[in-house]
Write a protein that binds this ligand. Sequence first.
Ligand code: PLP
Length: 391
Amino acid sequence: MVQKYQLETLSVRAGQARSQFNEHSEALYLTSSYVFDNAAQAAARFSGEEEGNVYSRFTNPTVAAFQERLAALEGAEACVATASGMSAILSLVMALCSAGDHIVASTGLFGATQQLLGNIMTRFGVQTSFVSQTRVEAWAEAIRPETKLFFLETPSNPLTEIADISALVAVAHERGILVVVDNCFCTPILQRPLDLGADLVMHSATKFLDGQGRVLGGAVAGEKKLTDEVLRFLRTAGPTLSAFNAWVLLKGMETLKIRLEAQSSKALELARWLESHPKVTRTYYPGLESHPQFELARRQQKSGGAIVAFEVKGARSEAWKVIDNCRLLSITANLGDTKTTLTHPATTTHGRITPEQRAAAGITESLLRVAVGLEAVVDLQNDLDVGLSQI
Ligand SMILES: *Cc1c(COP(=O)(O)O)cnc(C)c1O
């Protein structure tokens, strides 16, 4: 199926295994365990000698359908679903790294990812060096003999900096280092990191894969040899995706391509308007010619995506004025929803990191992030303009 069909077809069709009832919509299996024919089969299932469902901490048909669909979209051999995006990152680090190992990651990572790698994992002896997303030589210089992973997120949140996946893969693979890409912002519709040589892709399915702001979920996809390690951790530690959430995600993925394309084109229109607004000092969007990596983005992604960041004239109070005058945009940190959201990264998503980490990541007090949904662009502009015009 993977070879034969286009992405939008796979989004709708991949991963479905019908039950004896021949349901048309994917079945939701709400069961924690499974019944065996006899004691010998139970033993064979537990030991892994016989494939099949055992217990929903690590085997569930609805979760399996989600895993298969995402694997098909990413062009991955296998996929393991997790309870959230953060548990996908935790699981892959716990599965692939040991005390003494080292990770190189970008300074512009999602706030909780920075916290996990930079603060929590260090207590377990896994060190992370944070380097500029855009300087390939900085990644090469940060490599140590014990470096195990490159962890990158492109475009970055919220500044939409682009990492050159192929170039970083070349540097990493020369030294036997694995490359993990957080593909949350682009989804496989706009960018397929495995095609560019990355070893693993991870997702916060909470964002565009669901696409309607309903459930949390995550996933790690790539070579089966690697995802099996993640599965081994998940089986024991239990940060498992629920069957219900997997079912919601399957439904969300059916409209992934049309949403991403519509939201991206609205985001480009909004970014152009923001860029020309007298109260906006800088706009960050990979689809704008003014983006420092516009050419790289054009090569690596199908479009600029749905996230736009911008700085207003002034500082925190001016940024908050724009937020507080909005009546349509939702003041919330989620993204990838059909409803447009607006957030002040310095005091929300990036509020728990130190001011030094924030400065290194380029998150200023005047920065705002818009995750564009499916509303009319003119309505979004009018809403933002109320606060902007008061600056
Ligand atoms: C939201 C997000 C995460 C974390 O995902 P959760 O599902 O919220 O745990 C990781 N990376 C990026 C880029 C995100 O936007």
